[in-house]
Design a protein around this ligand. Structure first.
Ligand SMILES: Cc1cc2nc3c(=O)[nH]c(=O)nc-3n(C[C@H](O)[C@H](O)[C@H](O)COP(=O)(O)O)c2cc1C
Length: 183
């Protein structure tokens, strides 16, 4: 597809429903390669990417269902298990923690740019994503399943990817609602 940049930015949508076919590893690797060109202050390149295979993804689905079951009951947990089991591809992006609060903020900002680049890179090839920060991404077992030391890294997002089954409509506020023109 490879749309031009304005069109990719404008048309990218968060995707919750995917077709079953799994995008090729090559397409995902290309998007990860592109994403690392995100701006990052002091050249810290603070992002880390975990690419989940089916076994790890299944374990995350199970963990998420157990969290939902405890909070909202079995019926909701089963519904989530069904929808999460249909997700074709899984990445997790983390950010290396810093003891310096300002550096940590700047590094987190850089990681968010990384995730946006990743999403846009995938979208330009017809692959949708969902950036998720649900409870599961902060659960201690999630860190254990992915082999992440929570003292060293924080989770920026769980990134689902796949070919969209449905592309939702979205809106944004008019520019004048947030733009202040100064003299
Ligand atoms: C930091 C961050 C966390 C997000 N977490 C979630 C999430 O947990 N669940 C979800 O459905 N969407 C999540 N989203 C996606 C937003 O809901 C989505 O971007 C918003 O609805 C606008 O839709 P669009 O991305 O299609 O323009 C997240 C987005 C960001 C930037």
């Amino acid at each position: 597809m490879d749309l031009n940049i304005t069109s990719v930015i404008r048309r990218r949508r968060t995707i919750g429903a995917f077709r079953p076919n799994v995008p090729s590893s090559h397409e995902v690797e290309s998007a990860i390669e592109l994403a690392r060109w995100a701006p990052n202050h002091k050249k810290t390149e603070p992002w880390r990417v975990y690419w989940l295979g089916p076994e790890t993804a299944r374990a995350v689905v199970d963990l998420n269902s157990s969290i939902i079951a405890a909070k909202k009951g079995e019926a909701e947990a089963e519904a989530k298990r069904k929808s999460w089991s249909a997700v074709p591809g899984w990445l997790a992006v983390t950010c290396i923690r810093s003891d310096d609060q300002f550096r940590h903020e700047e590094d987190y900002a850089a990681c968010c740019c990384f995730v946006q680049n990743l999403s846009l890179g995938l979208w330009s090839n017809g692959i949708g994503t969902k950036w998720s920060t649900g409870d599961v991404t902060r659960h201690e077992n999630f860190f254990e399943l992915l082999g992440i030391d929570p003292n060293l890294e924080r989770v920026v997002g769980l990134i689902w990817y796949g070919y969209p089954a449905v592309i939702p409509e979205q809106t944004r506020q008019p520019v004048d609602s947030f733009l202040r023109r100064l003299k």
